[in-house]
Design a protein around this ligand. Structure first.
Ligand SMILES: [Zn+2]
Length: 212
């Protein structure tokens, strides 16, 4: 079995961490849907991210233990996202069941520690030296997935993108997103349109209510 290195770029870290949190999303009818509700859902999600999760070869079997581990990790990441967006409000999807911050941090660090890493320098002729992280030993594939997700979240929380994290304030939306530009208010243009329509109706209702 070839174990590739586990170095993760800040951009990939942001993408993976956000992808994990937005698996809990608005279902379009006022409720919440969970892409990781069962192991089959997680298997599809993992297959779509085989490269950054370092699990293409051999393909990973998603069992109940891996499913539970990823969901517990997601709860920890979302709890720390709720802290990161303060003083703004957290996503309403799980605002009522956030983990204590110390427990969320402990969970994240423990998940990352499932795959200890060692630095490895390579220096090809006519190239500059590169430093990569490789797993120490031969961790089981399931541990590699959980640790890769944890490392992504740790890298994101430690990096500059954390300051740009927001919970989308559009009606019914429960997504976290990273602002692309200073004036971005909503996770997507669709949410922006919905929020503007809702504000318009609120103003009209307010105007009618104020009339004698
Ligand atoms: Zn949104």
């Amino acid at each position: 079995m070839v174990i590739s290195d586990v170095t993760i770029s800040p951009m990939t870290a942001t993408r993976l961490a956000l992808d994990l949190t937005v698996t809990l999303r608005h279902d379009g009818h006022g409720g919440i849907t969970d892409d990781l509700a069962d192991p089959e859902g997680l298997a599809v999600w993992v297959r779509e991210r085989a490269a950054p999760l370092d699990c293409a070869e051999p393909p990973v079997t998603v069992d109940e233990a891996l499913h539970t581990a990823v969901r517990e990790l997601r709860a920890a990441v979302r709890s720390l996202f709720a802290r990161a967006v303060r003083p703004g409000p957290p996503s309403s999807a799980d605002a009522h069941r956030l983990l204590p911050e110390a427990e969320a941090i402990r969970r994240l660090n423990a998940a990352a520690a499932l795959v200890p890493t060692v630095p490895r320098l390579s220096w090809e002729p006519d190239a500059r030296p590169t430093l990569r992280l490789r797993p120490a030993g031969s961790p089981p594939p399931a541990d590699r997935i959980v640790a890769a997700l944890a490392r992504a979240a740790l890298t994101f929380l430690d990096g500059p993108d954390r300051a740009l994290l927001r919970a989308c304030p559009a009606p019914r939306c429960v997504r976290y997103f990273v602002k692309d530009h200073a004036r971005q208010e909503w996770c997507t243009p669709a949410c922006g349109n919905r929020a503007r329509v809702a504000r318009h109706h609120e103003r009209r209702r307010g105007a009618r209510g104020d009339a004698p």
